[in-house]
Design a protein around this ligand. Structure first.
Ligand code: FAD
Length: 352
C-alpha cells in the first residue's frame, strides 16, 4: 500500500491533522497503540480564553477560539452529535486577593471577564465567601466522542494500524518511508509525550507536565456551566458526572495517580461544595508540553519528510484545530507555518 503520510498517534493532534489531510485528498495511514491513558483521553477538553493565576488573555485567542469552534462544530456535524459546547466558567474566588485580581483584570479591557457577582444563583451549591466572577465564552469539547468516531472511521477504511510503532522497524529515506510492508512519502509524529524520546525530536525543549483528575458524581449540580475554584475546575462530563482537575506536576516520581492528589482534592471539594458528591474514578497522564509553551509544528530541518505536530501542553484543545489546519495547508499548498510554532525556530539544535 502506498500513502502520502504515515501519522504516528491518534490523540487530539493526530486526529485533527489526519482529518485535515484526508479532507485535502491526501492518503494517510494512522498508527496508534490505543493507549487509554494518553493525554487526550484524560484531559478535560476545556478551552479557557484566559490563562494562569494572573488571568491574562490566552496567546492568539482571537484566532484560536473561532477556529476551534468552527472545527469542532464541523466534526460534530460529521458525527451527527454535538461535540463542542460554548459555555461559561463560574469562577468561585478563593480569597479576597483572588477577587481583587479578577476585578482588576475585568476592568482592564478583558472582554472575557465579567465581575458581576452570581453568588445568588449558585449559593445553593457552593460555599462562596468571596463571591464569583464569570469567564465567557469557554468551550467544552467531548474528546472521547471525537477520538472514538475517528478511530472507527479510519479502521473501517483500512487507514488505521492499531499497533505500537517502533522507529527501528521503519526505514526513512530522503524521498520515502517504509514501515511494515507499507510505503509513504513522509511520516509525521503526533505521538504526544512519547515525542521526547523520538531520536529525530528529542533535542526539542520538552517539559513533561503530569496531571491528575478525579471523576465525580455530583447529581444535584447543574451541568450547564464549568465551575472553578483556584486550580480545580468542575467540568460537566459524560453520563451526568463531573471531571475534577487538574494538577500540574513537573517533578513527578510516578505517572500513576497518587493518594496525595486524591486526598487534597477531596478536601477542597468538601470545603467548596454544599451538595453531596461521590468519587467514581481517579486518572492521570502527562501533557506533552514545551518550555516555551508553543507547539512544535513542521518538518525536520535535515530529514525533510519527517514531521512533528506536538507540544500542545495544557492548551491542546484551543491550539490544535488552528495549527492542524495551518500544517495541512503547509503540506498541501505550501502556506507558511507561523514562526512562533514552526520547528524552524529550533533548527540549530535539531541540526546537531
Ligand atoms: C490531566 C490533564 C488535563 C488536561 N486538560 C486539558 C484541557 O482541559 N484543555 C486543554 O486544552 N488541554 C488539556 N490537557 C492537555 C491535552 O490533553 C493535550 O494538549 C493534548 O491532548 C495532547 O494531544 P496529543 O495528540 O499531542 O497527545 P496524546 O493525547 O498523548 O496522543 C498521542 C497518541 O499517540 C499514541 N502513541 C504514542 N506513541 C506511540 C507509538 N510508539 N506507537 C503508536 N501510538 C503511539 C498514544 O497512544 C496516543 O494515542 C490536559 C492534559 C492532562 C494530562
Amino acid at each position: 500500500m502506498e500513502f502520502d503520510y504515515f501519522i504516528v498517534g491518534q490523540g487530539l493532534c493526530g486526529t485533527l491533522l489526519a482529518r485535515q489531510l484526508i479532507n485535502a485528498g491526501k492518503r494517510i495511514l494512522v498508527i496508534d497503540d490505543g493507549n487509554p491513558d494518553a493525554s487526550s483521553r484524560v484531559a478535560g477538553g476545556l478551552v479557557n480564553p484566559v490563562t494562569g493565576k494572573r488571568m491574562v488573555r490566552s496567546w492568539m485567542i482571537d484566532q484560536l477560539l473561532p477556529a476551534a469552534i468552527e472545527e469542532y462544530t464541523a466534526i460534530g456535524n460529521e458525527i451527527g452529535e454535538q461535540v463542542v459546547t460554548v459555555t461559561d466558567i463560574i469562577d468561585c474566588y478563593t480569597s479576597s486577593d483572588d477577587k481583587l485580581l479578577f476585578y482588576e483584570r475585568a476592568s482592564a479591557d478583558n472582554e472575557f471577564l465579567s465581575a458581576y457577582d452570581l453568588s445568588g444563583t449558585f449559593s445553593n451549591y457552593f460555599h462562596l465567601p468571596f463571591g464569583t466572577g464569570q469567564i465567557n465564552p469557554a468551550l467544552h469539547v467531548k474528546i472521547d466522542t471525537i477520538l472514538n468516531y475517528w478511530r472507527d472511521r479510519l479502521h473501517a477504511s483500512g487507514l488505521l494500524a492499531n499497533t505500537s510503532f517502533n522507529l527501528q522497524e521503519c526505514h526513512v529515506a530522503p524521498e520515502s518511508v517504509t514501515w511494515n510492508g507499507a510505503k509513504a512519502s513522509g511520516i509525521i509524529f503526533c505521538d504526544g509525550q512519547a515525542g521526547n524520546s523520538n531520536p529525530y525530536f528529542q533535542m526539542l525543549p520538552w517539559s513533561k507536565d503530569k496531571g491528575e483528575v478525579l471523576i465525580a458524581s455530583i447529581p444535584t449540580l447543574p451541568g450547564n456551566h464549568i465551575y472553578r475554584h483556584g486550580h480545580i475546575s468542575l467540568v460537566p462530563w459524560n453520563d451526568g458526572l463531573f471531571w475534577v482537575g487538574a494538577s500540574h506536576d513537573w517533578k513527578y516520581e510516578t505517572t500513576a495517580p497518587t493518594d496525595r492528589f486524591r486526598t487534597n482534592t477531596i478536601s477542597v471539594l468538601e470545603k467548596w461544595l454544599k451538595v453531596p458528591f461521590e468519587i467514581i474514578d481517579h486518572r492521570s497522564s502527562v501533557r506533552p508540553a514545551n518550555f516555551d509553551r508553543k507547539p512544535f509544528v513542521g518538518f525536520h530541518p535535515q530529514a525533510h519528510n519527517v514531521g512533528i505536530f506536538n507540544g500542545m501542553g495544557g492548551k491542546g484543545f484551543s491550539m490544535a484545530p488552528y495549527f492542524a489546519r495551518q500544517f495541512s495547508a503547509h503540506i498541501t499548498t505550501g502556506e507558511p507555518i507561523l514562526a512562533d510554532v514552526s520547528i524552524e525556530r529550533y533548527k540549530k539544535i535539531l541540526s546537531r
